[in-house]
Design a protein around this ligand. Structure first.
Ligand SMILES: [Zn+2]
Length: 430
């Protein structure tokens, strides 16, 4: 086992509290004492936080960033442009692998130690689906990240989606609860939303989730979602999800831009958690989730980037900063620590993973070391809040996952960044 001690940090922050003491990773978890043969890394001048948990990404879209016709358009115009690009690229395991490697590497280099891949595109049969999931899992394993693979749907035939979700869970994380024994890989299920899938799909995936104890995730109340729900069913998305058995404690809903006070009360009452994705919704003009109101209602809120087709960067800390900056437009402003909490423990809660996203004894040793000794942080009175207020686009100097150093001095330890970029270019011509 590779044990690590982070020595003499300027500050240590976790939702559980703030301090200054050394942080020890022993056997992959946070410990109160150093292991005798730990590698000691001097982190003076640095802030240590839990690794970030990106609760909502579509890794495949990393191969389809900044495409013409996808910027500043309504979602109903965006969806077909993306669909055409997917068709042209021919989605298979090789594309999923190349895109996932780039997306997971980008995540690690910006401090994301757990990444949720809401995969929505399944052109082949069930065997091909498992190939795609295995390809993403292989990328994860090579880079040393954690993964929550969400078997999504976007208009799939319900029985096929259920069979595929079941086969993927059996292949990646057959354990009850859908988390692999080593805690590195999780499988969940989730239709893209009521705009793309009907009641039968939601029920079929819920059945698989129940059988295997998987978490459920979906998206709701982005522009097009509400529009289509009203036109097709004469009801708003959350009303439909409630009727279809999808407002329950194991469900996390991404986006939630356009929610009423009554809907927020309903979500709180049902114990549903939320994922805020401002890096997608704000630049696309799809709305801003009222995070302050969600938190005040007692709803757990995590943070996600969403995918490269709408948010062209998989940089969760940058989105935490954006979330803080725009929060004042829809209510009282959120504080930096509240967004750090969302990007760590909040996201982990939505995944049902209380072992992640915090620094406390026995919890996963997933850690980020943020060097704040440069001019971008000079003059700061608040090193922790400054992680968001200062140095936009900041990256961690070191990243540790399960006690293993996976980013050292701003570089991937187990892969070559240039090779990952070249391999994706080779596959999609970009
Ligand atoms: Zn999304």
């Amino acid at each position: 086992m590779n044990d690590v001690t982070l020595r003499s940090p300027r500050a240590v922050w976790s939702i559980d509290g703030e301090g200054e003491g050394d942080v020890h990773a022993v056997d992959g978890v946070v410990a109160s004492h150093a292991s005798p043969d730990a590698e000691v890394i001097d982190v003076s001048g640095c802030v240590v936080t839990p690794g970030l948990v990106n609760a909502h990404h579509h890794l495949l879209q990393t191969a389809f960033r900044t495409l013409p016709g996808t910027r500043g358009v309504a979602m109903r115009d965006w969806l077909p442009v993306m669909a055409d690009a997917y068709r042209e690229a021919e989605i298979d395991g090789s594309l999923a692998y190349a895109a996932a490697r780039a997306a997971i590497a980008e995540g690690l280099l910006s401090g994301v130690t757990t990444i949720a891949d809401h995969h929505l595109n399944w052109p082949a049969g069930v065997g091909g689906d498992v190939d795609i999931a295995r390809a993403v899992e292989r990328a994860r394993a090579e880079l040393g990240s954690r993964l929550a693979f969400v078997r999504g749907t976007a208009g799939d035939e319900p029985d096929r989606a259920a069979a595929s979700a079941d086969a993927i869970a059996a292949a990646l994380a057959p354990e009850r609860g859908g988390v692999s024994a080593d805690g590195m890989t999780q499988v969940a299920v989730g239709p893209a939303g009521v705009h793309s899938d009907g009641r039968a799909t939601f029920e079929a995936l819920a059945h698989v989730a129940r059988e295997r104890g998987l978490r459920r995730r979906t998206q709701a109340n982005e522009q097009v979602d509400t529009e289509i729900a009203l036109a097709r069913y004469g009801r708003r998305p959350l009303e439909l999800l409630d009727a279809w058995g999808w407002l329950e404690t194991d469900v996390t809903i991404a986006h939630l831009c356009d929610v009423t006070d009554a809907e927020i009360d309903l979500l709180a009452e049902r114990g549903v958690t939320a994922t805020h994705a401002p890096g997608c919704d704000v630049p696309m003009g799809w709305g801003i989730a009222p995070v302050r109101r969600l938190l005040d209602a007692g709803i757990g809120v995590g943070l996600g980037t969403s995918g490269g087709g709408s948010n062209d960067a998989g940089h969760l800390l940058a989105d935490a900063r954006l979330a803080m900056q725009v929060s004042g437009l829809v209510g009282p402003q959120l504080e930096a620590r509240e967004l750090l909490a969302a990007a760590t423990a909040g996201s982990a809660r939505g995944l049902g993973r209380d072992d992640l996203g915090r620094i406390r004894e026995g919890g996963a040793a997933d850690l980020c070391v943020w060097d704040i000794s440069g001019v971008g942080d000079a003059g700061s009175a608040d090193p922790v809040g400054g992680l968001l207020w200062m140095s936009p686009g900041r990256r961690p100097r070191h990243v540790v996952v399960a006690g293993r150093v996976v980013v050292r001095d701003y570089r991937l330890v187990s892969a070559d960044e240039g090779e990952i970029v070249a391999a994706l270019r080779e596959r999609v011509g970009r």
